[in-house]
Design a protein around this ligand. Structure first.
Ligand SMILES: NC(=O)C1=CN([C@@H]2O[C@H](COP(=O)(O)OP(=O)(O)OC[C@H]3O[C@@H](n4cnc5c(N)ncnc54)[C@H](O)[C@@H]3O)[C@@H](O)[C@H]2O)C=CC1
Ligand SMILES: O=C(CO)COP(=O)(O)O
Length: 387
C-alpha cells in the first residue's frame, strides 16, 4: 500500500505528510468531537482515532455524539459502544479504537472540542446546530462529511454554509468515493477535502483523516466538492431504478453520464466559482461511480423499481437499511424545489424525473424516457456552455 506522502494531492500541491506541523506541536493540542455516529460516522471515528492516538498535535480521546436509542436487548446504544468498542447497530464487528468515547449528551460532547466533525443525515443538521449555538468553543473549526443540502426561501443552502451561518465557524467539507463498510475493513479509498481559503486548516483536516489506506487530497472549492457529494445521490437513485428494471450496463452508464452532466450544470449555475477539475477528484466522478454501483440509494431504488413503484421509498428504506438513512430522495425533492422555483425543470430532465418517480407521479420506467430528452437551453442564458 502506498504511504500517505506518495499519494497524489489535489491542485498539484506538495504532499502533506502525516507527522503534524511544528507550529501545531509547539502551540496547541487539538481536541476532536464527532457529531454523529451512523455507518459513516462510526468509520470516521475509527479513522480519526487511529491518528489522534499517534499524532502529538491531537489529544488522544475522540468524543462521538450518539443520538441515543435503546437496543432490542434493552441496553442503551452509547453503553453498548463504550463497553464493546463497537457501534453494534450501525457498524457491527468493527473496533472503533479504545480512545473513542460515545456520549449521548450533545452539548457535553462538543464542550471542549476545537475540531468538530459533522456527520449525520442532512435532515437533522439544523436541529443539531440550534442546540449547539452558544455551546461551542470560540476557536472551533468544523468539517462536514454530510451529503445533502437545505432549501430556504432565499434558495439552496449547503450544509457547510448552514453550519457556518448558525455557529459562526469556518467549515470545510470531506467527500469522496467512500462506501463506509469498505473503509471500515481498510480497503484502499480516496477522499477530497474542500476548503475555502485557509490551506493550513485544510491540511490539519487532511492529517486527521489520512491513513495508508485512506488517501485525502485538498481542493480549494468547498461548493464544488459539497455539490458533487450531494447531487450524486440523486443520480444513484436513477441508476438503481435502471438496475431494478434489468436494463443493463449501457443504459446505466448513459444515466450516469447524463447525471454527471446535470451535476456539473447545476453546480455551476448555483456557484460560478465551481471548478471543472473538482469533478475529476474522488468527490466527483469516483463517488458517482461507487454510489451507482454499490450504495444504499442505488439499493433502495432498485427495490422500488422491482416492486413497480407500489411500495414507498420510506417503507423500503426502513426494511432494507435498518435505521440507516437514504439521502437521495430528499435531495431530489430539494433540487426540484430549486428547479421549479426558477422554472428550470426542462434544463434538468434527469433530476426532475427522479423526483417525480420518487413521489409516485411517474412510473419507474420514466427514468429512461424522460432523462433522454434534450435539455432546454433557452431557459437559462449561457447554460449550453455547461453541457
Ligand atoms: N454510509 C456511507 O457509506 C456514507 C455516508 N455518507 C454521508 O454521511 C452522512 C451520515 O450518514 P451515516 O453516518 O451513514 O448515517 P446512517 O444513515 O448510517 O445512520 C443514521 C444516523 O442518524 C441518526 N439519527 C436518527 N434519528 C436522528 C435524529 N432525530 N437526530 C439526529 N440523528 C438521528 C442515527 O442515530 C444514526 O446515527 C449522510 O449525509 C451520508 O450521505 C458519506 C459517505 C459514505
Ligand atoms: O456516499 C456514499 C459513498 O461515497 C454512500 O452512498 P449511499 O448513501 O448511497 O450508500
Amino acid at each position: 500500500m502506498a504511504p500517505v506522502q506518495d499519494a497524489r494531492h489535489g491542485e498539484g500541491s506538495p504532499p502533506i505528510t502525516n507527522n503534524g506541523s511544528g507550529e501545531e506541536q509547539l502551540h496547541k493540542k487539538y481536541r476532536v468531537t464527532i457529531v454523529g455516529s451512523g455507518n459513516w460516522g462510526s468509520v470516521a471515528a475509527k479513522l480519526i482515532a487511529s491518528n489522534t492516538i499517534k499524532l502529538p498535535a491531537f489529544h488522544d480521546e475522540v468524543r462521538m455524539w450518539v443520538y441515543e436509542e435503546t437496543l432490542p436487548t434493552g441496553q442503551k446504544l452509547t453503553e453498548a459502544i463504550n463497553r464493546s468498542n463497537e457501534n453494534v447497530k450501525y457498524l457491527p464487528g468493527i473496533k472503533l479504537g479504545k480512545n473513542v468515547v460515545a456520549d449521548p449528551d450533545l452539548e457535553h460532547a462538543v464542550r471542549d472540542a476545537n475540531m468538530l466533525v459533522f456527520v449525520t443525515p442532512h435532515q437533522f443538521v439544523e436541529g443539531i446546530c440550534k442546540r449547539l449555538v452558544g455551546n461551542i468553543r470560540g476557536d472551533a473549526e468544523a468539517i462536514s462529511l454530510i451529503k445533502g443540502m437545505e432549501v430556504k426561501m432565499e434558495g439552496p443552502c449547503m450544509i457547510s454554509t448552514l453550519i457556518t451561518e448558525m455557529l459562526g465557524i469556518n467549515c470545510c467539507v470531506l467527500m469522496g468515493a467512500n462506501i463506509a463498510n469498505e473503509i471500515a475493513v481498510e480497503k484502499f479509498s480516496e477522499a477530497t477535502v474542500g476548503y475555502r481559503e485557509n490551506r493550513e486548516v485544510a491540511q490539519r483536516w487532511v492529517r486527521l483523516f489520512s491513513t495508508h489506506y485512506f488517501i485525502v487530497s485538498p481542493v480549494q472549492d468547498v461548493e464544488g466538492v459539497e455539490l458533487c457529494g450531494t447531487l450524486k445521490n440523486v443520480v444513484a437513485i436513477a441508476a438503481g431504478l435502471v438496475d431494478g428494471m434489468d436494463m443493463g450496463n449501457n443504459t446505466k452508464a448513459a444515466i450516469m453520464r447524463i447525471g454527471l452532466r446535470e451535476m456539473r450544470t447545476f453546480s455551476k449555475l448555483m456557484f460560478s466559482s465551481v471548478k471543472d477539475s473538482t469533478f475529476f477528484e474522488s468527490c466527483g466522478i469516483a463517488d458517482l461511480i461507487t454510489t451507482c454501483l454499490g450504495g444504499r440509494n442505488r439499493k433502495v431504488a432498485e427495490a422500488y423499481a422491482r416492486n413497480g413503484g407500489k411500495r414507498s421509498f420510506d417503507e423500503l428504506e426502513a426494511e432494507l437499511l435498518q435505521g440507516q438513512k437514504l439521502q437521495g430522495v430528499s435531495t431530489a425533492k430539494e433540487v426540484y424545489e430549486v428547479l421549479s422555483h426558477r422554472g428550470w425543470e426542462e434544463l434538468f430532465p434527469l433530476f426532475t424525473t427522479v423526483h417525480e418517480i420518487s413521489i409516485g407521479r411517474l412510473p419507474p420506467c420514466a427514468i429512461v424516457e424522460y432523462s433522454e430528452h434534450k435539455p432546454n437551453f433557452s431557459l437559462v442564458e449561457g447554460s449550453a456552455q455547461y453541457y
